[in-house]
Design a binder for this molecule. Structure first.
Ligand code: SAH
Ligand code: SF4
Ligand code: F3S
Length: 466
């Protein structure tokens, strides 16, 4: 997911190690050393890093902002497309010399899981390789490194626990991420996630609700429930809460004002979710529903488990809700065997659905995935052409959709302040970025009413209505 910002926003400093330690009763933890943690990839990786940072802070480590200042350098990596994985190795290359300065270098996340001990061969200066399903072992692995071990790994994939930590050092002071389901049991033929994150494991509903209550007490009013297929949630407790029930229970926690969830899989998107959204305005009016392709033939080759018509049925169900619900999606162009006619079906789907935003990617062949074996590979230039055509079309659609909102007023949770005077930004419930003017002196973290005065394809422009 990208994080679009049209104006230059001063990034806010999240509660740092210094401010959070006394809060967590950690003032007495002995000072151990310093760590630098860089994260690539999706929101789940961002959130894992928040938990990893929490684990290290609890052990007395201090987080620093540069690899130069750190004793322990950690990369939490993404393997979803080839480019993402390459970036990790080029970054590791840059820090090769650091090992000789006595620094410990570790690779976490999806590339760690995918490449395993192969990382030690490609980058012998790395001493720790650990995938997300093994993060519970991290303190133990770090202790082994501290006691002189040179190479340690955590690569078990089939762990039945979810990664819960006592402490999570959240980066975003306004919206708290919360993973409710780890791994993925779908088998999309292009995707590494089932291999890098393991089988689906849902977190107990009572544990989720306990954390939401804590978050509300810490002052968070917006929570975002995460999972690769978040709506496949299956409560492992005897309570057996359905996903829609869980959404409602989270929304009812005192202090919670907004609940988001991502990513939803179309096949598991049931009517009761829409009904919950109709009934409870705290459930944000936005659904991210990746379609991947508008062609049933391509969807079948992707093993996506739904047809174009079935997907459109889900869209109709969402559009029939009594509240307007924004819909966003992910699309892959140039999947093996995608003909020009198949691609045009994706273009026509964009017209039919009218997405509020989309993320689009050129198909990238990934190790061990079934689609590697498919013939009729689409040349790179053709993939680039299709991507450009798709993005041009979507830009027009978004521009028109956003312009239609001129004159309307939306509630915005203010999360950014521009260097330009009186300029603020934040997100609407529908997850539209709004850049707006206000003469108020302090708005960060508050909910304000913004009247839309104009629009770009990626954002709304407006003014604070007092
Ligand atoms: N679990 C989510 C998203 C997974 S990854 C889902 O099922 O929708 C995020 C997006 O990356 C996917 O939706 C897909 O559009 C894209 N993606 C995944 N594997 C890819 C690959 N091999 N090549 C190009 N894009 C890919
Ligand atoms: Fe990958 Fe498909 Fe699972 Fe999404 S649903 S993570 S695309 S295998
Ligand atoms: Fe990347 Fe792993 Fe997320 S491959 S997209 S970091 S699940």
């Amino acid at each position: 997911m990208n994080k679009p910002f049209d104006v230059e926003i001063e990034r806010l400093t999240a509660p740092g190690s210094e401010s959070i330690r006394p809060l967590l009763g950690l003032a007495q933890a002995p000072e151990r050393g310093t760590f630098f943690l860089e994260t690539f990839g999706c929101q789940m990786n961002d959130h894992d890093s928040e938990k990893v940072a929490g684990v290290l802070l609890a052990r007395g480590y201090r987080q620093v902002g540069t690899p130069d200042a750190a004793g322990l350098i950690l990369y939490n990596t993404c393997s979803i497309r080839e480019k993402a994985a390459q970036k990790v190795f080029s970054r590791l290359g840059e820090y090769r010399a650091k090992q000789s300065e006595g620094k410990i270098i570790g690779v976490l996340g999806c590339v760690a899981q995918q490449e395993g001990e192969g990382i030690f061969e490609r980058a012998p200066w790395v001493s720790l390789v650990c995938g997300s399903a093994s993060y519970r072992k991290l303190p133990e692995l770090i202790a082994q490194l501290e006691s002189g071990n040179h190479r340690v790994t955590g690569l078990e994939l089939d762990t039945d626990e979810t990664f819960e930590t006592e402490i999570t050092r959240r980066d975003n002071p306004f919206r708290a991420y919360l993973t409710i389901i780890e791994g993925c049991d779908k088998a999309c033929s292009y995707c590494v996630v089932p291999y890098t994150r393991g089988p689906e494991r849902s977190r107990a509903s009572d544990s989720i609700l306990r954390e939401v209550r804590q978050l509300a007490e810490l002052g968070y009013s917006e929570v975002q429930l995460l999972g690769q297929t978040v709506n496949s949630y299956a409560d492992p407790t005897p309570r057996k809460m359905r996903f829609a029930e869980l959404l409602l229970a989270v929304a009812e926690v005192p202090g919670i004002r907004r609940v988001r969830f991502t990513t939803s899989h179309p096949s598991d998107f049931t009517r009761d979710i829409v009904e919950a959204m109709e009934a409870q305005p705290k459930l944000c009016e936005h659904v991210h529903l990746p379609v991947q392709s508008g062609s049933t033939k391509v969807l079948r080759a992707m093993q996506r488990t739904y047809t174009r018509d079935e997907y459109l049925g889900k869209i109709a169900m969402i559009r029939s809700a009594r509240r307007p619900i924004a819909i966003t999606t992910d699309i892959i162009v140039g999947f093996p065997g995608e003909s020009e006619a198949n691609f045009e079906q994706t273009l026509s789907l964009l017209d039919e659905v009218g997405y509020d935003s989309l993320f689009s990617f050129k198909y990238s062949p990934r190790p061990n995935t079934p689609s590697l074996k498919l013939n009729d590979v689409i040349p790179e230039e053709e993939k680039s052409r299709r991507l450009a055509v798709l993005q041009d079309k979507q830009r027009e659609i978004q521009s028109a959709r956003n312009k239609r909102l001129t004159g309307e007023t939306f509630e915005v949770l203010v999360s950014g302040k521009s260097r330009r005077e009186n300029q603020w930004s934040g997100y609407t419930s529908s997850y539209r970025l709004a850049n707006f003017t206000s003469h108020a002196t302090e708005l960060l973290g508050t909910y304000v009413q913004v009247r839309v005065t104009g629009a770009t394809p990626n954002s709304l422009v407006g003014e604070h209505v007092v």
